[in-house]
Design a binder for this molecule. Sequence first.
Ligand code: NAP
Ligand code: MG
Length: 501
Amino acid sequence: MTISAASSGRVYGDAGHEVSLPASRMLIGGAWTEAQNGAFIDVEDPASGAIFAQVPAGTAADVDRAVASARAAFESRSWASMRPLDRAKIIEAIARKIEDHAHELALLESYDNGKTVHHALAVDVPAAADIFRYMAGWSSKIGGQVNPISGDGRQYHSYSVREPIGVVGQIVPWNYPLAMAAWKIAPALAAGCTIVLKPSEVTPLTALRLAELALEAGLPEGVLNVVTGYGHEAGQALVEHPGIDKIAFTGSTRVGKQIVQTAAKDLKRVTLELGGKSPSLIFADADLDKASIGAALAIFFNSGQVCLAASRLYVERSVFDRVVEGVAEAARSFKLGNGRNPDTMLGPLVSRAQQQRVLDYIDQGKASGAELVAGGNSGPGDGYFVEPTIFANPSADASIVREEIFGPVLVATPFDDVDEVVRAANDTRYGLAANIWTRDLSRAHLTARRLQAGVVWINTHGMNDPSAPFGGMKESGWGREVGEEGVLHYTETKTITALLD
Ligand code: NAP
Ligand code: MG
């Protein structure tokens, strides 16, 4: 039986940019279903504020059903014990489904999140397809090891295997809804786990469509369940659920800490991808034009709603004014607008609440005495726009320097030597990412080693790849996503030892 979530029969969008909408259902055990209490959440288009869809407001009762379905799928071993190469085929087929529906997914993401269609087509959709393609290969490559034990001198055969961790609960945010869901789902599938995924209440649509495409690609029913709902209801219920073996969370450091506390009750495994306040370091010998554009994109890309956004800029004093002016020029040149307009470079922020939060920080920045170099206002029209904003010479303890804003706001500070800039760059509770601009290779690599960040880019920023472990130090998280490390986080090691004589 073909079950379709796209059966709402409704389309949404401007002429030429219509997209068909998923029905107001979530996926539990292969069936598209409403919340048990019949409640819904409105889904909003941030370019206009229009409510254009609804999803079920799932609660603990729905999470319970979804966990039961994921547990049954796990226990049946239909997925974990499938021939690894057959599992790989299905995961690869999901990648192709995503590619076949690239434009539709990009449009849906644009209407749901606000980002431009061309951004979604260039970044979000390929990132989602790539991670499934990469992880497909791991299905047949998660092996183990033989342990050369000394023991008591008798003969033993000892080996360790990696087993799927079981039923995983995955919670993702709204800034890259499709790509973040894919980064969660693909490695869990490769490891043989079954899943209950909760997308953000603000951007639930592409995760639902992705789940539908996964079913079409041949994923057995019950292996992937998607429960829509509020974080404090469905999300919290997932973290509390005793039937969940591991929580993989991407979101704020505040909620990440709550999750750790809740998961401590039954020592669920937890991996966390949290917030950041990442630095850009520009040395005077860098290609300053490239560095200025690079630093601008590192913060303003996706309107600053990026966990790895480089929101603190440190520039060697001799070139400080020139670089800050270069970044400001780039900032002023970004055209704000509707994400479906091909000329638009930056879409609105995801919600009115997020816009207001960012504007509050901008007000705090103005009040702190920092010099406003660019932006500083909301943007055009009814959408939730904020101008790309730059403050220079803020005091090191200002909130705009210390706190993650998750919007298009940059603070720029001069430095005089390497030790000083390393100290300043590391003077944060976060440790997600950093970038360094210099032509001096030794300095680049030596500085990279001194930065407390899970990811450091040299003369570039934001180059993520399925093969490269991603994640944060300090309060930016626990564990790494993607790459070999990412898939192994969905496994437990079991050591088996036999006495041979
Ligand atoms: P958030 O409030 O922490 O929400 C993230 C997810 O957690 C959403 O699905 C949310 O659901 C859910 N949630 C909220 N409260 C919960 C609770 N008590 N228990 C369980 N789940 C709960 O973060 P956000 O504001 O959506 O996203 C922005 C944050 O994510 C930023 O701090 C950013 O740095 C971080 N982020 C990190 C990465 C990374 O890879 N390190 C990537 C992207 C974003 P609702 O939305 O339905 O409330
Ligand atoms: Mg939305």
